[in-house]
Design a protein around this ligand. Structure first.
Ligand code: BEZ
Ligand code: FE
Length: 292
C-alpha cells in the first residue's frame, strides 16, 4: 500500500516498487540504497532546507563537470568512497601490485608513445626518467601490455588544467606498450604534490571541514593486458610531505618509491649526459591473472 504512509512505512513502500526488477543485483542495490538513504534522513532528522541545499550542491557538481573536469569523481574521492570501493574489490596481501584510485585527470584521447620517448609534451621541468617492468605472479614478463601513464608538471598542474598555456595539447601522458621483456620506459618531467581542485563545489566541503586539499606527489599508471586483471595504480614519492595525509585517501606504503636525484653530468638511462639535475624512478608491477 502506498497511501497514508508514515515516516517508517514509506521505506517498505518504496522498497517494494523494486520487487519486479529481474536483475537480482540491480534489485539488491536499489533496495539497500533506499533503506540506507531513508535511515540517514530519519537519523539526522533532515530538514527540507538541508535537502534542497544538498540537491543544489549536486546540481552544481553536475554544472562544473565536463569531459576534462570530473567533479562527481572528485566528490567520491574526497568522501573516501572511491578508495573504499577499491579496497572492497581488491584482496589485501596478495603478491600483485596494489591498486588505487583513478582520479579525475585520466583522459581517453591520450597520445600513444614508443618506449624511450619524451612524453613531457615540451612542458618545462626537471627531467624524469621512468623505467617499469610488468610481470605476472610467477615473475614472467607480460609482453604487449597496454600502459597508460599520466602525471602533473613540476608545479602540480595536469595538462587539462592549463589548456590555454598548452594550446589545448595533451602533455605528460601517453599510452605505451611493454616490450618482450615486459619493460616500458619514458622520459618526462618530475611531478609535484598538488591540491585537488578546490574552485568547484567539492572545495566547499574541504573548506567547511578545514581539510587539506593536498595530494602527495605521484605518477599514475593503468594497465590492460590479455589474460590479466586490469590494474589502476600510482607510485608515490618516498620523501613527500603529504604522504600521510592524502586528501583523497589513496596513498599506500606498498606504492612508495624513491625518486632518485642525479647531478648534472651523470649519464641518464637513455645514455645521454644532461647538464642539469634529473631524477630516475624504477618499479616492477605485478598483474593478477584474469578471472574470466
Ligand atoms: C589524481 O591523482 O589525479 C587525483 C585523484 C583524486 C582527486 C584529484 C586528483
Ligand atoms: Fe594525480
Amino acid at each position: 500500500m502506498s497511501i497514508d504512509l508514515t515516516e517508517t512505512s514509506i521505506t517498505e513502500a518504496v522498497r517494494k516498487t523494486f520487487d519486479g526488477v529481474e536483475n537480482e543485483r540491480v534489485k539488491e542495490l536499489f533496495v539497500c540504497l533506499v533503506q540506507h538513504v531513508h535511515d540517514f534522513a530519519r537519523e539526522v532528522r533532515l530538514t527540507g532546507d538541508e535537502w534542497f541545499e544538498a540537491l543544489d550542491f549536486l546540481k552544481r557538481v553536475g554544472d562544473v563537470t565536463t569531459p576534462d573536469r570530473q567533479e562527481f569523481v572528485l566528490l567520491s574521492d574526497i568522501l573516501g568512497l572511491s578508495v573504499l570501493v577499491d579496497l572492497i574489490n581488491h584482496e589485501d596481501g596478495s603478491s600483485t601490485t596494489d591498486s588505487t584510485l583513478l582520479g579525475p585527470f585520466y583522459v581517453e584521447g591520450r597520445p600513444t608513445a614508443e618506449n624511450g620517448s619524451d612524453i613531457s609534451g615540451e612542458v618545462e621541468g626537471t627531467p624524469l626518467f621512468f623505467s617499469g617492468t610488468v610481470l605476472d605472479v610467477d615473475g614472467h614478463p607480460v609482453a604487449g601490455a597496454q600502459v597508460d601513464t599520466w602525471h602533473s608538471d613540476g608545479n602540480g598542474f595536469y595538462d587539462v588544467q592549463m589548456p590555454e598555456k598548452l594550446h589545448h595539447r595533451l602533455a605528460m601522458r601517453a599510452l605505451m606498450a611493454t616490450d618482450d621483456k615486459g619493460r616500458f620506459w619514458y622520459r618526462s618531467v618530475a611531478p609535484r604534490y598538488y591540491p585537488v581542485p578546490t574552485d568547484g563545489p567539492c572545495g566547499e566541503i574541504l573548506r567547511v571541514a578545514n581539510r587539506s586539499a593536498m595530494r602527495p606527489e605521484h605518477l599514475h599508471f593503468r594497465f590492460h593486458a590479455e589474460g590479466f586483471e586490469p590494474l589502476i595504480t600510482m607510485l608515490f614519492r618516498s620523501d613527500d610531505p603529504y604522504l600521510e595525509r592524502d586528501a583523497v585517501f589513496g596513498a599506500k606504503r606498498s606504492l612508495v618509491v624513491d625518486f632518485v636525484q642525479h647531478d648534472p653530468g651523470e649519464t641518464a638511462p637513455d645514455g645521454t649526459h644532461l647538464d642539469e639535475p634529473f631524477q630516475t624512478v624504477e618499479w616492477t608491477f605485478v598483474l593478477a591473472r584474469g578471472k574470466s
